[in-house]
Write a protein that binds this ligand. Sequence first.
Ligand code: JB3
Length: 214
Amino acid sequence: MQVFVIGAGGHAKVVVDALHRSGMTVHGLVDADPRRHGSLVLGVPVLGGDEALDPCERNRTRVVNGLGAPGPADLRARIFSAYKSRGFAFATVIDPSAVVGGDVLLEEGAQILAGAVVQASCRVGCDAIINTRAAIDHDCRIGAHAHIAPGAVLSGSVRIGERTLVGTGATVIQGRQVGSGALVAAGAVVIRDIADAARVAGNPARPIRDRDRG
Ligand code: JB3
């Protein structure tokens, strides 16, 4: 199986490193920016743009989404759909330093990064990122393409909708639901349910006007 990473920026570097430490060989990266072509990311060549993977035999190839692009309506989700429609399958990434409960369900392309903890009976949706040292407690449901940023904490039985960003160091207390396409800003503390597409910040988390990325 040949493994390629899509994108060659900051998030791609993290997933390449996780794959290397998992003992996997990464055969190349692809990036939309021609200035990156021919460069190396942790020793792996940037082969060209997305079209560079056209010749790959689909049943012998796995791709990894290396775009972090956090936030609602993100590029990451569009890349996932575009590659799926081209017939590619996505590999899951589990950093060897992560702790993942035995009955956790990881859907296609889910990424569990360094030091993250995903406790028993959680489900992590396709293409979702559980980023560095995030903590996901028992029975959580993380929607497709959601991004739980570094150091965020979800207590037990939390639900996070599709494409939602839970920013760096944010906390969601047990049993709360955060809708789809929502933004929980860095450091926010969510103690009430959050609607679809809402943007919240602060402690306790309240709606905000300007997007405050985490
Ligand atoms: O905060 C953390 C821990 N990580 C952040 C991550 C979640 O998001 C990181 O600090 C960045 O804020 C961000 O990382 P990302 O998404 O890797 O961003 P950046 O470093 O800007 O790299 C994005 C790369 O994707 C650029 O090189 C773009 O040229 C490339 N790109 C954009 N569109 C694309 C496409 N590459 C391909 N193959 N196809 C595209 O359509």
